[in-house]
Unconditional design. Structure first.
Length: 182
């Protein structure tokens, strides 16, 4: 696995996130030396759909993408739906892509990518119910455990987390990807 010392990884989530889709990637990047930062539309703490509580480090209004080396978008239906309604979150995601930084997205986390308008010509996977939304946003959707497309790492469900975390760490270790752009 890649060493991620001196890398800072942003996690963008809100209440209703899929617990394991936040905690497993968080553990994967921090165990390799990265610093993880939780960004959310609200301050305080957020709670996953199964009860995991996580302290928010910065709000979406306070966060700027140039402070991070990568972004992780955990899933969860409620989480994905709420985030795409937050203009600051959408702008943050779009700017991460503009800066060519690696992005990991799993399950319903991909919904915000449609609003950020960063999917034209990209290939990814997600929870199957997002297939039409992602295709309508210009993506090629595939049903695979993990898909890597120029720094964009995507997976479908919690069962995919081992493969997702391995590829996420690898892509963050590689750094910026020229093909990763809005």
């Amino acid at each position: 696995m890649a060493q991620l010392t001196n890398k800072t990884v942003a996690f963008l989530a809100t209440n209703g996130f899929e617990d394991s889709e936040l905690t497993a990637p968080w553990e994967a990047v921090t165990s390799q030396g990265a610093k993880a930062v939780l960004i959310s539309p609200e301050s305080g703490a957020i709670t996953g759909k199964n009860g995991h509580e996580q302290q928010v480090d910065l709000t979406t209004a306070e966060a700027t993408p140039d402070q991070y080396h990568a972004l992780v978008l955990p899933g969860g239906v409620v989480n994905g739906d709420k985030l795409r309604m937050d203009d600051a979150a959408v702008a943050f995601v779009r700017e991460v892509f503009n800066q060519h930084k690696p992005v990991g997205v799993i399950c319903h986390g991909g919904w915000i990518l449609t609003d950020a308008e960063v999917l034209q010509g990209r290939t990814l996977t997600s929870y199957p119910s997002l297939k039409t939304d992602l295709k309508n946003a210009g993506a090629t959707w595939v049903d695979e455990e993990v898909v890597v497309d120029a720094g964009l790492v995507s997976s479908r469900v919690p069962d995919d987390l081992p493969a997702f975390c391995d590829k996420l760490v690898e892509e963050i270790g590689e750094g910026e990807h020229e093909g990763q752009t809005a």
